[in-house]
Design a protein around this ligand. Structure first.
Ligand SMILES: *[C@@H]1O[C@H](CO)[C@@H](O)[C@H](O)[C@H]1NC(C)=O
Ligand SMILES: *[C@@H]1O[C@H](CO)[C@@H](O)[C@H](O)[C@H]1NC(C)=O
Ligand SMILES: *[C@@H]1O[C@H](CO)[C@@H](O)[C@H](O)[C@H]1NC(C)=O
Ligand SMILES: *[C@@H]1O[C@H](CO)[C@@H](O)[C@H](O)[C@H]1NC(C)=O
Length: 327
């Protein structure tokens, strides 16, 4: 009798299934509908698998399990038994190659039931990743503005490691005149001075990253603005000038110390002149003009005596006084 009751209960639960649905077997793959719209994307070199919940809603809580593979490997385990609709595969403890081609897949689970796998698109990480916006800061220096660019942080590797050629497209315009913006897309350094600007004017700057492998430009940075002031001598010009003068002075001192022996030899040679040369140099010149000048007497200076006598006429002051008195 007890055996019969047990058999009855077993049959009953089997038919209804654990979740109360009518099912012929407790574990049937494909009974649960698959997640929809499964897509693999990448932003700043992460690897994000996202999906929507199944079309036919399950009566109980649905969990998802993900896997992913590269073009040269088999599927590896991703996120297991999660309830949200995305899995960042680059956050798992698995190595991901920055130039790899990846595909993901998801299945839903509810109780003991599992759906079939639903596969995503394939992406090539470095080509398809969306490069985030750079961070731009400005500082004005007289009539010029210095732009400093910080690259976005990548989940895997770094911008300049992944891409061998990185250019910045710097767009700048006078505040309120966006339609007259100028661009320079040939910039590799992350510090740039814009110096074709007017003084006392507010300029705004926006930067995008261009790479050789990724066909899309990065997300543009937020536009930041800064005002120029007046044209003035840049302080570093004076600093560099002073530095050069000091360096030159130090170099001269060093040269003087190092070569002081040679120089003293050169200026006060120890070697005496040959005797005949000395005699020649000290001998009185035998020039007729010199002799004539030496023997002649100094010429007499001719002058006439001149006396200065005051004529007694009134001065300018005196004349003015006279005029006032007569008026
Ligand atoms: C999935 O998670 C649920 C609840 O968190 C748990 O009951 C279930 O046993 C898990 N299944 C697997 C296969 O880990
Ligand atoms: C990551 O995986 C390696 C081996 O694959 C293991 O030694 C290490 O402990 C793991 N780290 C974490 C945080 O799970
Ligand atoms: C740089 O940015 C400007 C403004 O967004 C755009 O018009 C220009 O085509 C870009 N240059 C390149 C080389 O992408
Ligand atoms: C990249 O550019 C292509 C062509 O311009 C466009 O179709 C695609 O949506 C862009 N991708 C992203 C992620 O913006």
């Amino acid at each position: 009798m007890a055996v019969a009751i047990c058999a009855f209960i077993w049959t009953f639960t089997t038919i209804l299934g654990p979740s109360g649905n009518l099912a012929l077997s407790p574990v049937v793959s494909g009974v649960l509908s698959t997640p929809t719209n499964v897509r693999l994307t990448s932003s700043n070199m992460n690897l994000m698998l996202t999906w929507d919940s199944p079309d036919r809603p399950a009566t109980s809580q649905v969990y998802y399990t993900t896997q992913f593979k590269s073009s040269v490997s088999d599927f590896k385990v991703g996120c297991v038994n999660i309830s949200n609709l995305e899995c960042d595969l680059s956050q798992l403890n698995v190595s991901i190659f920055e130039y790899g081609k990846y595909t993901g897949r998801v299945r839903s689970q509810s109780g003991t039931e599992s759906s079939t796998w639903e596969e995503s698109n394939q992406i090539t990480l470095d080509k398809d990743t969306i490069i985030g916006s750079p961070i731009v800061s400005l500082s004005s220096n007289g009539a010029a503005i210095e732009v400093t660019i910080k690259d976005p942080v990548f989940t895997i590797s770094a911008l300049r490691k992944v891409y061998h050629s990185v250019n910045y497209n710097i767009t700048y315009w006078e505040d309120g005149w966006r339609e007259k913006a100028r661009s320079n897309s040939n910039i590799q350094q992350n510090r740039v001075v814009l110096n074709d600007l007017d003084p006392w004017t507010k300029y705004c700057v926006q930067v995008q990253i261009i790479t050789e492998r990724n066909p899309n430009l990065s997300i543009p940075s937020a536009a930041v603005c800064e005002s120029t002031t007046t044209e003035e001598e840049v302080p570093w010009v004076a600093a560099v000038g002073t530095f050069c003068i000091v360096a030159l002075a130090v170099a001269l001192v060093v040269v003087a110390v190092v070569y002081r022996k040679h120089m003293s030899h050169f200026l006060c040679p120890k070697d005496a002149l040959p005797q005949h040369l000395k005699e020649y140099l000290l001998a009185p010149p035998i020039s007729s003009m010199y002799l004539a000048m030496r023997n002649s007497h100094p010429p007499d200076e001719i002058y006439h005596q001149v006396s200065i006598i005051a004529d007694g006429r009134p001065t300018t002051e005196g004349r003015k006084e006279n005029l006032q008195q007569t008026a």
